[in-house]
Write a protein that binds this ligand. Structure first.
Ligand code: B1M
Length: 207
């Protein structure tokens, strides 16, 4: 397990795949491999990213290793009826095409065994509302990189509340976004980076 954690952290795709298969052959349960092997690796990566010890490329490489190992485990988890407890609907708000940060947030959320439905970029408030309904989501995660599109976050929250989704938590982030702005527009949480987004998502669902 420790070696698998390290393989993910180092972004070593070949070892991550091999070790996952070896652990399965040795009789380890798929969920145990996710929770004790893969997830700690991504959590370490998130922490290092937060403290500027590593940067976007290293994080993407680690996420690729995690994704590859997960592709071996997902069918087994589904067959065993084990699915993540929480769903996050994630997207970059209307008018905004930036997705690198949003994708990192999605990767770390998945690494924490949270289901992510990624709607992509330029997502309208109505699309967020429809996805919440379809996937019975606990959280909506909004990303914006432009001062002009930050305003679409407010519109999206209004649309969610108007549609009756009062208990769905809204988490927002992106370079121009601040905790103060989050409070002003009625978001439930703000995170300055991808690792903090995972911490905040966990906090919001257990609140
Ligand atoms: Co654009 N762009 N861009 N751009 N771009 C910025 C954002 C800008 C600051 C550059 C500048 O002028 N210095 C500026 C915005 C100014 C402003 O409004 N304050 C800008 C502009 C003006 C524009 C255009 C208008 C340019 C033009 O056409 N004249 C245009 C707008 C297009 C549109 O969206 N409608 C545009 C276009 C583009 C590209 C398409 C070329 C490209 C995007 C490619 C892509 O994403 N696939 C692009 C890029 C790459 C950038 C910069 C250079 C890099 C952004 C990035 O990916 N950062 C950016 C300048 C910069 O930031 N230095 C810039 C890395 C990423 C890991 O960080 O996205 O901040 P970030 O994500 C972080 C956190 O913010 C947080 O976690 C992430 C990981 O730690 N986070 C969340 C993000 N989302 C979160 C959600 C959460 C929680 C945390 O919860 C759900």
């Amino acid at each position: 397990m420790q070696q698998l954690t390290e393989a993910v952290e180092m972004g070593n795709l070949t070892d991550a795949k091999r070790l996952t298969d070896e652990l399965l052959k040795a009789g380890k349960a798929p969920l145990e491999i996710v929770e004790q092997g893969l997830s700690p690796g991504m959590a370490n990566v998130g922490e290092k990213f937060k403290s500027n010890q590593i940067f976007v490329p290293e994080m993407l490489i680690a996420a690729r290793a995690m994704k590859e190992a997960m592709s071996h485990l997902e069918p087994l988890l589904v067959r065993a009826g084990i699915t993540p407890k929480y769903t996050v609907i994630l997207g970059t708000v209307q008018g905004d095409l930036h997705d690198i940060g949003k994708n990192l947030v999605g990767m770390l959320l998945k690494g924490a065994n949270i289901r992510v439905v990624d709607l992509g970029i330029n997502v309208t408030p109505d699309q967020f509302v429809a996805a919440v309904k379809e996937h019975n989501a606990s959280i909506v995660g909004l990303s914006a990189l432009l001062t002009t599109t930050m305003l679409a976050m407010k519109t999206t929250i209004k649309a969610l509340r108007a549609a009756g989704y009062d208990s769905v938590k809204v988490l927002i982030g992106g370079a121009p976004v601040t905790a103060q702005f989050a409070e002003e527009i009625g978001a439930d949480g703000y995170a300055p980076d991808a690792a903090s987004a995972v911490d905040m998502a966990k906090k919001l669902v257990t609140a």
